[in-house]
Ligand binder design. Sequence first.
Ligand SMILES: NC(=O)c1ccc[n+]([C@@H]2O[C@H](COP(=O)([O-])OP(=O)(O)OC[C@H]3O[C@@H](n4cnc5c(N)ncnc54)[C@H](OP(=O)(O)O)[C@@H]3O)[C@@H](O)[C@H]2O)c1
Length: 286
Amino acid sequence: MKSLWIVGAEGLLGKALLKQCAELGITAIGTGKAQADITNKKSLSEKAQELLPSHIINCAAYTDVDRAEKEYDQAFQINALGAQNIAEIAQEIKARLIHISTDFVFDDTCEKPFTEETRTKPVNAYGKSKWEGENRVCMSCPRACIIRTSWLFGIGGKNFFSSLIHWLQKKERISAVNDQWGCATYAPDLSRAILDLLDESGMFHFVHPKATSRYEMAYFAQEFMQKQGMALLCKEVIALSKEAFFQPARRPSFSVLSTEKYTRTTGKKPQDWQEALKEFITDAAQ
Ligand SMILES: NC(=O)c1ccc[n+]([C@@H]2O[C@H](COP(=O)([O-])OP(=O)(O)OC[C@H]3O[C@@H](n4cnc5c(N)ncnc54)[C@H](OP(=O)(O)O)[C@@H]3O)[C@@H](O)[C@H]2O)c1
């Protein structure tokens, strides 16, 4: 029988995955940083021996992309060495490992969707720390499955998308970048994809496949909320260039992950971001 250990279960993805497991009746235990710090191999190993899970899902990460430019050592400790600790432990206890990574392991010189075979070249310090983590996971636990994703949103997160509904409800005008293209990913959809890939090895990409911008998503959300008659203060969504926002970390102008391998493997196609965003708004409004 499968038993999952979700590490980093107090973050956006960890919470969504734990909820998904509860809904599907999958045995899962989640631990936050206080119960299992991935940079502390000894206590992590003790926890693993206590739980002896069939699968470990690593949702723990240092995720402050801008701060990582100044705090690379901290990002490296968690995203590279912490990931390696988990991979070594998974190998020791013969558990399968699913590790989560990012599109920031690519830069933006490619105008086609990135496949799992595209050559990596991290775009910023956070991407470099995650890339180091990917390499260490592959070396330490060869049958691990790594899933790269991007622009994760869902209830309880601390990023643009997760704050969007609140801003639309509370501000008359909001502005968003319209010249950075990428793929959004709704945390419950990624959770389902993780469960689909539990027994796979190797690299996979999972996102909502069509490229979008933060402006396009904000505009769509405003229109949808209006049509649904939801409480809304925002009257205008303003499109801005990325130059208008100072961000210490470089971000790609075009970053699209191909999900063809996921579809070939599972027979499933990720839904479009518009459908996912509608689900998110509906859930968030409850
Ligand atoms: N969010 C995105 O847009 C995005 C995009 C691409 C890929 N990803 C990847 O997706 C995964 C999940 O991201 P997320 O958005 O759910 O991140 P998140 O909300 O920031 O959650 C990460 C969790 O990891 C915990 N953590 C940090 N250091 C830890 C440690 N040493 N030991 C154990 N736990 C630790 C954090 O706790 P504290 O908050 O207490 O530090 C937090 O609860 C990560 O691998 C991330 O790199 C995210």
